[in-house]
Design a protein around this ligand. Structure first.
Ligand code: CNA
Length: 241
């Protein structure tokens, strides 16, 4: 099966990747669900009242500390991109037209060197003061996060990185993409349970239209709609590819 995927890849120019938490588990960042998932880990570690509180805007207003401690763990310099992140970035450098639509907020696609990345659940590239709405760039607040301090605006408000929390709308560039899906020759869904909407609609749009590949260890409710389903570790898949 991997040989067939490789043949298609060699012949095509426009490649889409839709990635989820599974692409970063080998970097030491847990995925969401499951016993070792981020939710139960964060709940225990930061004594959250309920696991989702870590990305709940009302809880953040009350206690932003757990979110910033988790951010420190994800963004620290000793978290490196996986072989899969690097392989995707290499494809772009080799001249293929690639687009990476990621649900992740760990910035590992950017760290790996990918340029055409849409962060559909937002990112740390910018932050906004919760009190006066002033905008700040990553360089303004990253030192605070890495040194376990809560970044603050001159007005005293907390600067919240523009990561999408529950109840917040997704970035405009993602909605634009859903409205005008780019022309692709092949699309991959990698390390995602495909359960979070509207993010997953990006890849679902292409099912039945172009070759579609799902690389995921666990089963998803959409396996049967993909042309190729590869149940193996993501880094091993890219190594073979
Ligand atoms: P999910 O629902 O946790 O699913 C992840 C999938 O990846 C599961 O089906 C696993 O079986 C699979 N998986 C895990 N590790 C591997 C591996 N090494 N090889 C193959 N498959 C593997 O996560 P989704 O991304 O689908 O859910 C969307 C959420 C998760 C988004 O809102 C993200 O923001 C959020 N999230 C992001 C991060 C991050 O930024 N790294 C971490 C945890 C959660």
């Amino acid at each position: 099966m991997i040989k067939e995927i490789k043949d298609i890849l060699n012949k095509t120019k426009r490649i889409g990747f839709f990635t989820g938490a599974g692409i970063s588990t080998s970097c030491g960042i847990p995925d969401f669900r499951g016993e070792k998932g981020l939710y139960s880990y964060a709940k225990k570690k930061y004594s959250l009242p309920y696991p989702e509180a870590i990305f709940d805007i009302d809880y953040f207003e009350e206690n932003p500390k757990p979110f910033f401690l988790l951010s420190k763990e994800m963004l620290s310099a000793d978290v490196y991109p996986s072989l899969a992140h690097l392989a995707i970035a290499d494809l772009e450098k080799s001249g293929k037209e690639t687009i990476v639509v990621t649900q992740n907020i760990d910035m590992l696609h950017e760290k790996a060197g990918s340029e055409n990345v849409i962060n559909c659940h937002g990112s740390y590239t910018n932050g906004t003061c919760r009190k006066c709405n002033e905008k700040f760039s990553y360089s303004h607040f990253i030192d605070d996060i890495l040194n376990s301090r809560i970044p603050k605006c001159n007005c005293g408000g907390v600067i919240k990185p523009d990561v999408t929390f529950f109840g917040e709308s997704l970035p405009m560039d993602f909605y634009n993409l859903l409205e005008r899906p780019p022309k692709l020759d092949i699309v991959f869904a990698i390390g995602t349970s495909l359960q979070v909407e509207p993010a997953a609609s990006f890849v679902k749009y292409y099912l039945g239209k172009i070759p579609t590949v799902l690389v995921n260890m666990g089963e998803t409710p959409y396996d049967r709609y993909f042309d190729y389903v590869v149940n193996m570790k993501i880094d091993d898949f890219f190594k073979e590819l």
